[in-house]
Design a protein around this ligand. Structure first.
Ligand SMILES: [Mg+2]
Length: 237
């Protein structure tokens, strides 16, 4: 059986995202430099984000609130209102950043859409993700757009049920092994890992090498061949 539906991740798979967060964190660190060193800022912010995920979910708004909370904590509330406003401004800039597709995305989606039904599966702020999808210029390649709170086995099972596709006929493509590949393997689907040059610390996962339904490629242009190779392997098995 060949795949009928290909799932594709958004952030850092179709368009740049994490690189902008890294630059924003650098400016946040400069703002706190009078009080605390860069390493402490990084560690505290990450810990605050981790704690806040259950309150705010993924995305820029939660990240912005985590920066504010981190700043208050690390300055023992000495940071003033103007600087808090600057931090909120950093978050707004991050939200307003134009969508930049990664190299090869438009061509690859065109190739894939000729053979497969495509679904975009992305997590983060609903409003921000909707804006990015609209601005990306590739939305029409997708049969469905799924903006989800978490990418786990429950979410993927729900997406597949909505599309009426069996897990064995589904392959997910994305930059996060933890969010885009492992849960899909767990429900019986396949995954193609396309690494981005930076990975958010909370997305780190051990790459499960040698899984028969997983492939790794260097860039998105290699995805159609990797999917075809996974299909050929299944025929041979
Ligand atoms: Mg991603």
């Amino acid at each position: 059986m060949d795949f009928t539906v290909i799932g594709v991740d958004g952030d850092d798979t179709l368009w740049h995202s994490e690189g902008h967060f890294v630059l924003t964190e650098r400016r946040f660190t400069e703002l706190l430099a009078p009080w605390v060193d860069a390493q402490t800022v990084h560690a505290t912010l990450l810990e605050t984000e981790r704690r806040n995920l259950t309150h705010f979910g993924y995305g820029v708004k939660g990240f912005t609130l985590s920066m504010v909370e981190t700043a208050l904590q690390l300055t023992e509330h000495r940071i003033d209102g103007r600087q808090i406003r600057e931090i909120i401004g950093l978050g707004k800039e991050l939200l307003a950043h134009p969508v930049e597709l990664l190299d090869g995305v438009a061509d690859t989606l065109e190739v894939l859409s000729e053979r497969y039904r495509l679904v975009l599966v992305t997590k983060g702020d609903l409003f921000h993700q909707e804006s990015k999808v609209a601005a990306s210029g590739v939305a029409e390649r997708f049969e469905r757009i799924e903006i989800v709170a978490e990418k786990d086995v429950v979410t993927y099972a729900r997406v597949l049920a909505r599309m009426g596709v069996a897990p064995a006929a589904f392959c997910m493509v994305g930059n996060s092994v933890k969010s885009d590949v492992l849960p899909v393997l767990e429900i019986g689907g396949a995954g193609v890992h396309v690494p981005y040059h930076v990975t958010w610390a909370l997305e780190h996962a051990e790459v499960e090498l040698g899984h028969p339904r997983m492939a790794g490629v260097a860039g998105i242009r290699e995805v159609p061949d990797a999917i075809a190779a996974l299909e050929a392997e299944r025929w041979a098995a």
